[in-house]
Ligand binder design. Sequence first.
Ligand code: CP3
Length: 341
Amino acid sequence: MTKTILSALAGQTLPVPPIWMMRQAGRYLPEYRATREKAGDFLTLCYTPELAAEVTLQPIRRYGFDAAILFADILLLPQALGADLWFVTGEGPRLSTITTPAGLAALKPAEAIHVTLAPVYETVRILAGDLPKEVTLIGFAGAPWTVATYMVAGRGTPDQGPAHALKAADRATFQGLIDLLTEATIDYLSAQVEAGVEVVKLFDSWAGSLRGQDFDDFAMAPAKRIIAALKARHPGLPVIAFPREAGARYTGFARATGADCVALDNSVSAEWAAANVQKDGCVQGNLDPALLVTGGERLVSETRRVVRAFSGGPHIFNLGHGITPEADPDNVQRMIDAVRG
Ligand code: CP3
């Protein structure tokens, strides 16, 4: 029997959509907080294969999701390229910044990443052995634009201002950074596939701040190159692309990049996306994660509305963005019951 997520990614319309959640291993779960405590800090958790595999499995055990997503972070790749990376509790990531040609030249070449990332591949190998046979293992990386926004600014920013400024002031250096990240992402995802992931997802969390030609050059072109290279190395590998807040640019994104599935954030309505995006193939999404905090009858009715809107084509049920630490674990079960019931 084919796994449900792989069937949906191959274009099948299923009577009940398969389901998983962005950030399903996370701080809303007491068992995650306990394992993170044991690891001491977030990066140690990411780089300790037994513990990273454990937190990946926790939401599968508790809820029986159809997919597990490798526990890691999109910012491990810049670290593997030589950037300094640390997390400030309650504030988020910090990195050394890349803003000059010399800074770019000091980064390591793409093929050097495996030294740092070897523990991530070991996590994948453990999971490939330990996951229930019906559960699909998803690997991931950040898309080059989103990773570059953190590398240029040295932190998360509300408007990605520093990356836009470098792009305007020194296009060659900015393009060089995108090109290095594109090559490194191909190598990174390829190594995840060799270790045992069955699907890969590209997170372009800040794609929505790219306008006009910039969206073509920095969201679509790198995705297209990464997907083509991965499919050349691993024929038949399904790829999910998440150009978050792409809005009208979701239309045609799968055809233009070769993605098998487009993940939708909750700023677009499911009804609009069914007509304009799902017409080209599988979509993933797009319940508002805030509903897992507030719960109640609206959680159930909105979950059913998303399922109904996408019921005419291939669909993987998910949130429009990651579940937040304030979410109630019981609301996750209510959402799953509303999808499957
Ligand atoms: O989804 C999963 O369960 C798999 C693991 C995963 C994490 N981060 C773990 C994590 C995945 C797929 C990511 C992706 C990621 N990381 C993205 C893209 C998706 C998105 O949310 O838009 C981005 C932008 C990052 C960078 C990042 N990592 C930030 C900005 C932060 C701090 C904000 C926050 O939520 O705390 C992180 C930390 C992080 N990554 C946590 C987890 C579980 C929380 C760390 C903790 O336990 O303290």
